[in-house]
Write a protein that binds this ligand. Structure first.
Ligand code: 5GP
Length: 253
């Protein structure tokens, strides 16, 4: 069996060359990191849960016409995605104050915002993904004005979709982060939602109890991360058939 080519290894995922040109295999690891990788652990089963949850959200987006990179799930830890050029920005949408916004602006966590607020961070681990303004983005050529209009529209559509899905299962969508990729179709380029959408990149609070069902459980030592993600997956009806997490990657070519 030929060993496939690794393209990139990140903190939570590894990317391999896909079977067709323009495709990538996205492998979800069990590794959890926080505070720019100062805190690290391996959480058994996290990769399986995030693979299934990201598939669920991306398919939902496809169903309502929001373009994204997801093609198909290959197994419990891997999905086939469209290759794209990632715009070096983390696009954060906030519905309630929490995390870095609460710290920065002194707003109590959980305070409802008057409207969704979008923030941009420059993707650079060495710099700790600093907050940037549209002025920086334009001046340094990370995205054009047209890109920024498209990114805003994508981010708000993802927010409406995710907030609605979560509300339906008793969960408040506090905030989330997405990444956007560029794909080229002939002479045209199009922006699509890429990377992943999972409890690693969202803040999800139980509406009744306020229980955290996201990566803050790991960041803030609030209990079992797998239990929290499993709760989200159960409520959405997205549970692995076998409850035992699958450990080994499957080589596909
Ligand atoms: P904050 O800026 O408050 O730390 O994060 C805002 C939201 O974006 C949270 O839902 C958080 O999980 C997500 N987020 C911010 N930076 C990252 C990142 O580097 N990786 C992931 N997975 N999520 C992030």
């Amino acid at each position: 069996m030929a060993r496939r080519k690794k393209i990139y290894e990140g903190k939570a995922k590894t990317l391999y060359e896909g079977p067709e040109p323009g495709t990538i295999v996205q492998y979800f690891k069990d590794d959890a990191t926080a505070f720019n990788a100062e805190k690290k652990d391996v959480i058994e089963g996290k990769g399986v849960l995030n693979n299934l949850l990201s598939e669920y959200f991306m398919l939902g987006l496809t169903n309502i016409g929001v373009p994204n990179h997801f093609l198909k799930r290959l197994n419990m830890r891997e999905q086939l995605v469209r290759s794209c050029e990632i715009i070096p920005l983390e696009v954060i949408v906030r519905n309630y104050a929490a995390g870095s916004m609460s710290k920065r602006l002194g707003i109590e966590e959980g305070t409802q915002l008057p409207r969704p607020i979008i923030e941009y961070c420059y993707k650079d681990d060495k710099l700790g993904d600093p907050l940037v303004t549209e002025e920086h983005i334009a001046a340094f050529g990370w995205a054009s004005q047209q890109d920024m209009d498209d990114i805003l529209s994508l981010a708000l559509r993802v927010n409406d979709f995710l907030a609605g899905v979560m509300y339906g299962v008793g969960i408040k969508l506090i905030d989330f982060k997405i990444e956007i990729g560029r794909v080229f179709e002939g002479d045209y380029q199009r922006l699509i939602v890429a990377d992943e959408i999972s409890p690693d990149s969202c803040r999800l609070w139980d509406i009744e109890t306020g229980r955290h069902l996201d990566k803050d459980v790991f960041r803030r030592d609030l209990g079992s991360l797998t239990d929290a993600y499993t709760e989200v997956a159960k409520r959405l009806g997205v549970m692995p058939k076998s409850s035992a997490p699958q450990g080994k990657p499957t080589l596909i070519n």
